[in-house]
Design a protein around this ligand. Sequence first.
Ligand SMILES: Nc1ncnc2c1ncn2[C@@H]1O[C@H](COP(=O)(O)OP(=O)(O)OP(=O)(O)O)[C@@H](O)[C@H]1O
Ligand SMILES: [Mg+2]
Length: 235
Amino acid sequence: MSAFFEIKNLEAGYGNSKVLFDVSLKIAEGEFVTLMGRNGMGKSTTIRSIMGILKPTAGEIYHDGTRIDGLASHKIAKRGIGFVPEGRHIFPNLSVRENLLMAQIKRGSANEWDVDSVFDFFPRLAERMSNGGDQLSGGEQQMLAIGRALMTNPYLLILDEATEGLAPIIRDEIWDQLGKLKAMGVSILIVDKELDALSELADHHFIIEKGEIVWQGDNQALMSNPAIHEKFLGV
Ligand SMILES: Nc1ncnc2c1ncn2[C@@H]1O[C@H](COP(=O)(O)OP(=O)(O)OP(=O)(O)O)[C@@H](O)[C@H]1O
Ligand SMILES: [Mg+2]
C-alpha cells in the first residue's frame, strides 16, 4: 500500500547552493502534519519543491502512489494539492470575489467549494467581497489566501506561515477553521511556529534542521519533550 503523500530523500537548492540534504516525510489521508524548525532551515524550500516551484535535484515525491516531483505547479494543483504560500500573493487589483473565482478547480463531485461556501466559512470575507485585494487587512488577506486554496477543492492543503504577523484573535479564527477542515477530512501540512495551537490540532510533527529531518513524532512525543523545543525550535 502506498502512502497518501510521501517525500523520500529530497534534495534541493538554489543555483549552486544546496539547501535540502535529506528530507523524508509521510502524510496519511486525513492527517494534520507540521513541518517545524528555526528560520532558514529549509521549510519553505521543502514546500516549494512539493508545489513544483523549485525542481528537486534528488529524491522523490509521491501523491496517491504517483510520482509528482518535476510536475508543473498547475498540474500539482489539479491533482488536489492546495497551497497557501508564505506572503499570501493576493491579486491586489482583483476583488475578493474575483481572487476566489480565478483559483477555482472543479472536480465534479458533490459538496465542492464555491464562492458562497468560502464566504460562509470566512464571514469576514463575505463582508469584503467587492473590495480589492489591496484593501484588505493582513488577516483578511490570509483568509482569502486560504479561501483561494479551498476553491481548488484540495485533498491535501499546504500552508506556509499562515498565521505569521496576525493579531491573536484572527489567528484563533484561522486555527478554528483549520480544525474544521481537518474534521471534514482534508489532509493538512503546515509550517508554523505557534506550538500551543499546533499541539491541539496536529497528529504528527517533523522537525527540519539545515535541510535534514532531524526529529519526527506524534503530538504526545513532542509535547512531553521540552528539550526538543529548545534544541530545534528555539522556544
Ligand atoms: N530564492 C532563494 N535563493 C537563494 N537562496 C535562498 C532562496 N530562498 C531561500 N534561500 C536560502 O535557503 C535557505 C532555506 O530557506 P527557506 O526559505 O527554505 O527557510 P525556512 O525554513 O522557510 O525559513 P523561515 O522560517 O525564515 O521562513 C536559507 O539559507 C535561505 O537563505
Ligand atoms: Mg519559510
